[in-house]
Design a protein around this ligand. Sequence first.
Ligand code: PEP
Ligand code: MN
Length: 347
Amino acid sequence: MIIEIAQDAPSSTMAAIMQAAEDHRLVANSLTNEHGATVVGIGGSLPSDRLDLPGIARVVAAHKPYMLASSEMRGPSIVMVGEVAVGDGTPVTMAGPCVIEGRDSLIENALLVREAGARILRGGAYKPRTSPYSFQGLGEEGLRYLAEARELTGMPVVTEVMEPDQVELVAEYADMLQIGSRNMANFPLLKKAGKSTRPVLLKRGFSATLEEFLMSAEYILSHGNPNVILCERGIRGFDSAFRFNLDLNAVPALKELTHLPVIVDPSHGTGRRSLVPRMAMAGMAAGADGLILEVHPDPDSAMCDAAQTITPATLAQIQRGVEALHGALTPVFEPMRAPEPMVAAAD
Ligand code: PEP
Ligand code: MN
């Protein structure tokens, strides 16, 4: 059940709703909507006599299981990553190496991706590698280089966190926590990230349905963190021609289902450098709020995911395409971004 409380409602209304939820042993969480009003999501139904309260603006009795993440909860969310807004209608590109390889190479990479138009720097310090023999990342040393790169370039940074116990440490250095595909259903990690004050970039599990993906976002939201960005990064297909299949249906579908910003990762979604620019464009045409791309000055020598890593020059080409597409498509699709009209209150 979703209950929207009018801004001028007495504070006793919120208290009464929370008490009613407690009496019925139902979990209640709230979010602020785009008009500044409080919207409460309750994991079940309250009897209507408990809702006979002043200042209830809207009640949605039948809701999705991911109620806080659902578009019934509120209009499109804007997530701030440092000072960069994601979801405000201007596409945002995040770029950098798959893995942080060292101080100087990261700083060189950061300066090059900024020059090519990226606004957020990515780079893994803790890497979820398929093989235990592959380079696992520099750990905290990598986080320090990332923070230094932020100081030097002014770009906020995003990096992966793999375990609940790493959340606080990673949050000290990073502007946004990345939860990777392999950890999308790591519920203790999602809960811990939900208690962080940092925004979270949640990547879709490569075998996860959209509902499972949104339920993982719901874990973060329901633990108190409203700042979640979703990332479509490809699902497992049958064709070994591709590492993963970028599921672009997911982008407009998620835009219908949720208020959270959605970005696309054509690097992991293809696994092939030559396919990245076109699939980046396709992701933007599908309605993404931005892109995340693996970039390296010398992609062939990248220590991780070399085959899908592009050069800064290719990033600059993609960025030109993003801007051109944005200019061309905004007038065509802008009316579809308008928030749903408010539904009248149920008596
Ligand atoms: C990454 O972005 O470096 C990464 C490991 O991605 P994913 O979790 O989508 O595989
Ligand atoms: Mn990678």
